[in-house]
Design a binder for this molecule. Structure first.
Ligand code: FAD
Length: 368
């Protein structure tokens, strides 16, 4: 039984493992405890944008080609109009959550992280955490326990703003990807994502504002996708999750810091949740080295800005179908606009460009 560590991380999902690897890279002793056993699956679009891949490589992790599938860009499809653009640099990667989890565990183990599975943490104490009824002393405690974080509550960090929840369901199919882009199909009150995750497998994820809408019912609004999936064998059961944009007032108190979905979240529509967590991990470890979690607070806020802005823009297209129609027409008539939006999305163009591009887009939307 571990009695003492520099950093104790509650939650061994992608954010917790990233935080563990980054802290080990700075020489801290690290323990991760998770209530479940690996490999941990989770409903997800399973797309890593190029910036997410780079953030993962920063932690010393490269996903092997045989365990994933690359995509060169993003394709939007809405009411018969289709636009696509390549990422300005590099490619995205579709990877099953179970595969990502296994690879991150291997990296954490190689880095010397102590991993405790089937080990739920039941409380915080002034000196550390409560694990199996025993105190484990820790200089720093990290809450990486996901969107429904208890650590957030225990630490008194549960003050946040959030938008209306959306409801997501995903299933995998044994089928060769038909597009070299990740596809986002806009439908009536919902979106479908198609991510290639292997040379013979795709992930289909639905997100909507209707808690009762399931994949099979939603697919009827997407005849092209239905035709492609006809006869393809499902390789996973349908699983659901909540998608929400949540902004916390503070992400640390005393020795306790939050990371990943526990520390706030951007709507799943951005595909940026994992990238954010990987980046937060690096600045959190740096803040431990400086013994200054206020540094983490500031950096965390800065990191969240661009994905939050992109989420707002994309959710506006979900809410207003007339706006989406105009924007899609504008993108179709000037594909450079969509390329620039995508470049902004992955951080290759600054949001300052948004003003100029927003004006150009507005003009196109009016005249297309
Ligand atoms: C529908 C959907 C699609 C998405 N698509 C994408 C995408 O395409 N690309 C992308 O980058 N992001 C995507 N995201 C976001 C991404 O899934 C999340 O940001 C990511 O899973 C957050 O990881 P996490 O480690 O913070 O939380 P989680 O993955 O939820 O992990 C939390 C862990 O904490 C453990 N835990 C909880 N309580 C305790 C406790 N008391 N003690 C010990 N352990 C505990 C849990 O067992 C779990 O393993 C999507 C999200 C949704 C909902």
């Amino acid at each position: 039984m571990v009695k003492e560590t520099d950093v104790f991380i509650i939650g061994g999902g992608p954010a917790g493992l990233a935080a563990a690897i980054a802290a080990r890279q700075r020489g801290f002793s690290v323990v991760v405890a998770d209530g479940t056993r690996p490999p941990i699956d989770k409903p997800c679009g399973e797309g890593l944008m190029p910036d997410g891949r780079a953030a993962l490589e920063n932690l010393g992790i490269t996903i092997p080609a045989e365990n994933s599938h690359p995509f060169r860009g993003i394709c939007f499809v809405s009411e018969g109009v289709s636009v696509n653009a390549s990422f300005p640099q590099g490619s995205g990667l579709g990877v099953r959550r179970t595969v990502l989890h296994r690879i991150m565990i291997e990296r954490a183990e190689a880095a010397g992280v102590t991993l405790l599975w089937h080990s739920p943490v039941t409380g915080l104490l002034p000196e550390g955490v409560l694990l199996g009824g025993q105190l484990v002393r820790s200089r720093w405690v990290v809450g990486a326990d996901g969107g429904h974080s208890l650590v957030r509550k225990w630490a008194g960090l549960d003050s946040y703003t959030s938008n209306r929840s959306r409801f997501a369901f995903r299933r995998h199919y044994r089928l060769a990807p038909w597009n070299d882009c990740m596809e986002l199909h806009w439908g009536p009150r919902c979106q479908l994502y198609i991510t290639p995750v292997a040379e013979d497998e795709v992930c289909v994820a639905l997100i909507s504002r209707d808690p009762h809408l399931r994949l099979d019912a939603a697919l009827s609004a997407f005849p092209e996708i239905t035709a492609r999936l006809r006869g393809a064998q499902p390789t996973s059961p349908e699983r659901g999750a909540i998608s929400v944009t949540r902004t916390l007032r503070r992400v640390y108190r005393g020795r306790v810091a939050l990371i990943g979905d526990a520390s706030g979240a951007v709507d799943a529509i951005t595909g940026e949740g994992l990238c954010l967590a990987f980046r937060q991990a690096v600045v959190l470890a740096e803040s431990f080295s400086r013994s200054n979690l206020e540094h983490y607070q500031q950096a965390h806020r800065k990191l969240a800005r661009r994905p939050a802005l992109m989420a707002q823009l994309m959710l506006a297209l979900d809410w207003k179908s007339s706006l989406r129609r105009q924007v899609m027409r504008a993108f179709a008539s000037d594909p450079r606009l969509f390329s620039r939006m995508l470049a902004m999305h992955v951080g290759a163009l600054s949001p300052a460009n948004l003003v100029a591009d927003g004006l150009a887009l507005g003009w196109r939307a009016l005249t297309a």
